[in-house]
Write a protein that binds this ligand. Sequence first.
Ligand SMILES: [Zn+2]
Length: 163
Amino acid sequence: MPRAPLTEEQKQVLRDRLAKAREMKKSKPKLPPEPTVPIDKVEATTPFTPTPHTQWTERQWGIAPIAACKARLALLKVDFEVGARIVGQRPESNDPHTYRCFVCSTPIPESKWVWKQDYLDRKTGVYQSVVICNQTCHTRYINDVPMQRRMSELVAQHSQATP
Ligand SMILES: [Zn+2]
């Protein structure tokens, strides 16, 4: 059924509403400019450099009002926890090609290794794993001192061996 034409009064209501909306839009503060490459336009295969975030210096942490420090810590914690949870659930994170044997470089599906060592990657603040695929590779590893040295350098401190 076709709509009845609007009365002059109804048209005026619409005009007023439109004018009000335009006025609201004008008075709105300008949003900061969009980043040059929006994150969803970054191709998964493009080498990705994280946006440098404004890191506080030790001095800033030392002199900023304590409330500001606590607020910042809370934000960073939320950001970290959300990021870690979502990245951990992404299919790429569980891709067998993510894990490669430290000795022979063969891709290893999740939990099919005979040996695993987690370590904190200081650059990203994210835990990484070094894995060894089978007993043969593990034997090679325990008999190869330079390889063991490379491993210790990689996992230096903050590490926890898991079977
Ligand atoms: Zn191997």
